[in-house]
Design a protein around this ligand. Structure first.
Ligand SMILES: Nc1ncnc2c1ncn2[C@@H]1O[C@H](COP(=O)(O)OP(=O)(O)OP(=O)(O)O)[C@@H](O)[C@H]1O
Ligand SMILES: [Mg+2]
Length: 542
C-alpha cells in the first residue's frame, strides 16, 4: 500500500515541488526516509511517529519507506513533516486519498499541532505556478500564503483537523486576504527628516541620493547626526509597489525574519549590520545558502555605520553585488542567486578620535594614524559611492531653533516625482533609476554640449577621475529630463536647481538639477578623500 502527497522545497528564493511517497510493506517494523534528506528531515521520523499517535491514529508497525522525489534535490528543514504524516495515514487507510491538486507544508509538534515554517511565500508561489489549486499551511502562516493570488489557502491547526477536512467531516474554511489593502497602508518609520536640525546640505544629498538611487558616504565628527540622517532615508524613498513588497517579503520569509502579524512588508528595509559581520553574513552563504544582509536590504538601504571599522575583505566582497545588483552563491547544495539591489549609505568619522578638520575641537590623532584610518577604504569602493558629503557639527542656534522643518512625507513626494521622470526616460529598458544606468545609457541620455565637455575634460585630468567616476558624474548631473519632453526641457546642459519655499532643493521641476560645477566639487571629494587628508597633512608624496 502506498500514497503520494505533494509538498515543496526552497533553494535560494525559488521553490521546487517535492513528491512525498509513503510505502507500507510487510516486514520488521522500520521507518526509512530516502531522497537526500538532511538532519532535520531525518528527525521528522520521530515527530511524525508521535504526532500520528497523539492525534488519535495508529502508527503502522510495518516496514515503512518514505521517498522524497526528485531524489537528486537535497531536502532540508521540517516542512515535510505534514506531508509525510498524511502519506502514512493514507497508505495505512486511515485518511481519505483526497489530496489531488493540493500541496501540504508544515512542521509537526509531538501532539500533532502545526508549527511555523520558513519560506512559505516562495513555496505557495511555486504551488500556484505548478497549477495546484489548494495549499494547506500552518495557521500562523496562512496570512503570508494568502498573498499569492490564484490558489486557495487552508490554515491547518493540527493533523486531526486536516484529516477531518479531507474526509469531509469537518471543513476548514479557506483563508482569504486582499494584498492590495495591505499595500495601501502608509508605511510608518520611527525617525523623520524634520527631527534633524541643520545639516540642510546633507538632507539635500539624501534627497538626491534617494531620487536617483545613488550610494552615499557621510563623514563628520561624533554626534553630528550621520546615523540619524541615514535612518531617515527609507522614509523619503518612494513607497514600494506590491511587486517590490512581495520581493522583499520573500527574502525575509526564507530567512524566517518576518515579524509576527506582518504578512507583507510595506516599509523599505533598513539594514545596519555591525562592523564585525562576516563575509557570509553580509553577502549570504552557509552550506544551505541563505540571503545575507545585502539581500535583506534589497529595495531599501544598507547602512554601514563606522565604515572604516569594517574588515577590508568584507568591504571588498560588497564591490561586485553593488555593481551587479544580484549576488550569486555556489555551494554543494547548488548555485543560488539572491537579489541585492540596495542603496549603500556609509558613515564615518574622519579619524579615530573623530575631530580631524573640526573647527572647534582639536584632533588628538597623529597624521600617520589619520592617514592609515582613511586608507582603510579602498579606492575601488570609494569609486562606487556617487555622493560624498561632509556632516559637520551643528551650531547651537540651529539645534535650539524652533522653526518647523520639512517632513519626510513631503520630501518623499518630490522623490517620487523624480523617480517617475526617470521611469519615463527609461521606458522600455530594464533600468529604473539614474544610479542603475550602464555606460550605454549614459552615452544615450547624458549628452554634453561643448562647455560641458570642456569642463568635464579638465575635471577628469585634474582630479584623475576613473572611467567609472566620469560616468557617475554624468549620471548624477542628469536627475531630470526625459527624452519624451519638449526640446527646451531636454537641454543637455545641467542647470542650477530652482528653489522655492515649497521646494527648497529644487527637485520638483523637470530639467537637469545639479550643476557640473557642483559636481566638480562633489567628485573632488569622491575621488580624493584620502588625497585631501594627505595634502592637508603635508603628505603629498605618500
Ligand atoms: N542634526 C541634529 N539634529 C537633531 N539631533 C541631533 C542632530 N545630530 C545629532 N543629534 C542627536 O544626537 C544623537 C546622536 O546622533 P548620531 O548618532 O546621528 O551621531 P553620529 O554623527 O552618527 O555620531 P557618531 O560619529 O558618534 O556615530 C541623535 O540621536 C540625536 O539625538
Ligand atoms: Mg553614528
Amino acid at each position: 500500500m502506498w500514497a503520494r502527497v505533494a509538498s515543496c522545497a526552497v533553494l535560494g528564493l525559488e521553490g521546487a515541488v517535492v513528491e512525498v511517497e509513503a510505502d507500507i510493506a510487510q516486514g520488521l517494523p522500520s521507518f526509512t526516509v530516502v531522497g537526500l534528506p538532511d538532519k532535520a528531515v531525518q528527525e521528522s521520523r520521530e515527530r511524525v511517529r508521535s504526532a500520528i499517535k497523539n492525534s488519535g491514529f495508529s502508527f503502522p508497525l510495518k516496514r515503512l519507506t518514505v521517498n522524497l522525489a526528485p531524489a537528486d534535490l537535497p531536502k532540508q528543514g521540517p516542512a515535510y513533516d505534514l506531508p509525510m504524516a498524511l502519506g502514512i495515514l493514507e497508505a495505512s487507510g486511515q485518511a481519505a486519498p483526497n489530496a489531488q491538486d493540493s500541496l501540504f507544508i508544515g512542521e509537526l509538534s509531538l501532539d500533532g499541532g502545526l508549527r511555523h515554517v520558513d519560506g512559505i511565500l516562495p513555496m505557495v508561489g511555486t504551488a500556484r505556478d505548478h497549477r495546484y489549486k489548494r495549499a494547506f499551511v500552518p495557521v500562523m502562516d496562512a496570512p503570508e500564503a494568502a498573498l499569492i493570488e490564484g490558489i486557495e489557502v487552508y490554515p491547518v491547526p493540527d493533523l486531526a483537523a486536516l484529516v477531518s477536512h479531507l474526509s469531509r467531516e469537518e471543513e476548514i474554511p479557506a483563508f482569504r486576504t486582499n494584498p492590495q489593502s495591505i499595500e495601501q497602508e502608509d508605511p510608518v518609520y520611527d525617525v523623520d527628516l524634520s527631527d534633524v536640525r541643520g545639516q540642510e546640505h546633507a538632507k539635500r544629498a539624501l534627497e538626491v541620493a534617494a531620487s536617483g538611487g545613488h550610494n552615499l558616504l557621510m563623514t563628520g565628527p561624533p554626534g553630528a547626526g550621520k546615523t540619524l540622517l541615514a535612518r531617515c532615508l527609507p522614509g523619503i524613498l518612494p513607497r514600494m509597489g506590491i511587486d517590490e513588497a512581495l520581493d522583499v517579503t520573500k527574502i525575509y520569509s526564507v530567512r524566517g525574519l518576518l515579524p509576527p502579524n506582518t504578512p507583507l512588508l510595506v516599509n523599505r528595509p533598513f539594514r545596519s549590520p555591525h562592523h564585525t559581520i562576516s563575509n557570509a553574513g553580509l553577502v549570504g552563504g552557509g552550506s544551505w545558502p541563505k540571503p545575507g544582509e545585502i539581500s535583506l536590504a534589497h529595495n531599501g538601504v544598507l547602512f554601514l555605520d563606522e565604515l572604516p571599522e569594517f574588515g577590508q575583505r568584507v568591504l571588498e566582497v560588497l564591490r561586485q553585488p553593488m555593481e551587479d545588483r544580484v549576488v550569486s552563491i555556489s555551494r554543494a547544495a547548488g548555485t543560488v542567486v539572491f537579489p541585492a539591489s540596495f542603496m549603500m549609505v556609509g558613515a564615518m568619522n574622519p579619524c579615530p578620535c573623530g575631530y580631524f578638520g573640526d573647527p572647534v575641537r582639536e584632533c588628538t590623532d597623529s597624521l600617520a594614524i589619520v592617514t592609515r584610518y582613511q586608507k582603510r577604504l579602498s579606492g575601488p569602493l570609494l569609486d562606487r559611492i556617487d555622493i560624498h558629503v561632509d556632516v559637520p557639527r551643528v551650531e547651537y542656534e540651529k539645534l535650539t531653533g524652533n522653526q518647523s522643518l520639512e517632513r519626510s512625507a513631503s520630501v518623499r513626494d518630490r522623490v517620487e516625482s523624480a523617480r517617475n521622470r526617470q521611469r519615463l526616460r527609461f521606458e522600455g529598458t530594464d533600468t529604473t533609476t539614474n544610479g542603475e544606468m550602464g555606460p550605454r545609457e549614459v552615452r544615450k541620455f547624458c549628452e554634453l554640449d561643448e562647455a560641458g565637455r570642456n569642463l568635464l575634460r579638465s575635471a577628469v585630468r585634474q582630479l584623475h577621475l576613473s572611467a567609472r567616476a566620469f560616468h557617475r558624474v554624468l549620471k548624477l548631473a542628469w536627475l531630470g529630463p526625459s527624452p519624451t519632453w519638449p526640446e527646451k526641457m531636454r537641454s543637455p546642459r545641467p542647470i542650477w536647481p530652482k528653489r522655492s519655499n515649497t521646494d527648497p532643493v529644487g527637485l520638483s521641476e523637470p530639467g537637469p538639477r545639479l550643476s557640473l560645477l557642483r559636481w566638480q566639487r562633489l567628485t573632488r571629494q569622491a575621488s580624493g578623500r584620502v588625497q585631501v587628508a594627505r595634502s592637508r597633512a603635508g603628505f603629498n608624496s605618500a
